[in-house]
Design a protein around this ligand. Structure first.
Ligand SMILES: CCCCCCCCCCCCCCCC(=O)SCCNC(=O)CCNC(=O)[C@H](O)C(C)(C)COP(=O)(O)OP(=O)(O)OC[C@H]1O[C@@H](n2cnc3c(N)ncnc32)[C@H](O)[C@@H]1OP(=O)(O)O
Length: 246
């Protein structure tokens, strides 16, 4: 518990530090809340979707130094940062996107369901195409609380599902989760940073088998481990080369 508290304190920026007695000072809103049905929040003034997978002031020092490390490794193309938007389809490579005939305008990608920085899912994913691997840097905010002070298991499942899902999309195009099995080993303090490290283990026909580990920044603490099965829905979207290009 002590270790968790130390990590929590270290992982938070002053503006998001926990108030006495565990109460949160309240979110710092980056923008006024937008109506759900309006779907204007994610668009910049240029009319382009906002890329949420870029540093913002809520990112802790741990988050920033990991981000800088991966950004450095991305310079030679070994790793690629995956942009992240508030609509699911905007994440998808063109070939996969075309497989969705109708795209609703009033939906939001679950992990990007708020515009307020730092209170929900703060994350960025990096893809290693050669290794069919995605590492997600994840900083769970105070609105993801489960047991007091720690990330909700459902939020951990969501970030794992999305990270292995990214790997499966890369490997097989249009897919859906058929099975996700998680062992929770150690709680994740809110505001700390963890690495969600996932890879494709094997592909059998339409079935994509993946595995994932969630560890703290120094790698010493295993927070969760998971296996997943994704089913390919459309064989025409399976070209990795296409999926790999931004
Ligand atoms: C460069 C790239 C950038 C990408 C950048 C992305 C960044 C950001 C990523 C965001 C990523 C978000 C990822 C969210 C992903 C969801 O949240 S998906 C939502 C949750 N999942 C669902 O709702 C799925 C519900 N289930 C279904 O619709 C259907 O059961 C399925 C999964 C499509 C499968 O149905 P089906 O196509 O009819 O397939 P079916 O014939 O039943 O089964 C095919 C085979 O799989 C096996 N199978 C099916 N289900 C199972 C199971 N549960 N267990 C074991 N075996 C099974 C069958 O036994 C069969 O095996 P074989 O007989 O062929 O050996």
């Amino acid at each position: 518990m002590l270790r968790g508290c130390v990590s929590l304190a270290r992982g938070l920026r002053p503006g998001l530090r926990a108030a006495p007695h565990g109460a949160w000072p309240g979110p710092r809103l980056a923008a006024a809340p937008q109506p759900f049905w309006g779907h204007t929040a994610g668009f910049s003034q240029l009319g382009r979707p906002k890329d949420f997978a870029l540093p913002n002031p809520s990112w802790s020092q741990d988050m920033m130094s990991l981000y800088n490390k991966f950004a450095e490794m991305a310079k030679d193309g070994t790793w690629k940062r995956i942009p992240s938007y508030d609509r699911s389809v905007d994440h998808l490579p063109e070939r996969v996107r075309q497989a969705f005939k109708e795209v609703r305008q009033d939906t939001r990608f679950f992990l990007r369901n708020t515009d307020a920085e730092g209170i929900g899912f703060e994350y960025v994913m990096f893809l290693n195409p050669t290794e069919k691997r995605i590492v997600c840097l994840f900083q769970p905010g105070p609105y993801l609380e489960g047991v007091s002070g720690f990330a909700h298991g459902g939020s951990i499942a969501a970030i794992i599902d999305s990270t292995v899902g990214g790997c499966a999309i890369f490997a097989a195009g249009k897919v859906m989760t058929a099975n996700l099995s998680i062992n929770y080993r150690n709680p994740i303090p809110l505001g700390s940073v963890v690495l969600v490290d996932s890879k494709v283990d094997r592909i059998e026909g339409r079935k994509v088998f993946l595995s994932c580990e969630v560890r703290n920044v120094d790698g010493q603490t295993l927070h969760a481990e998971a296996t997943a099965l994704f089913i390919q829905l459309d064989t025409k979207t399976s070209q990795q080369q296409e999926a790999c290009s931004p």
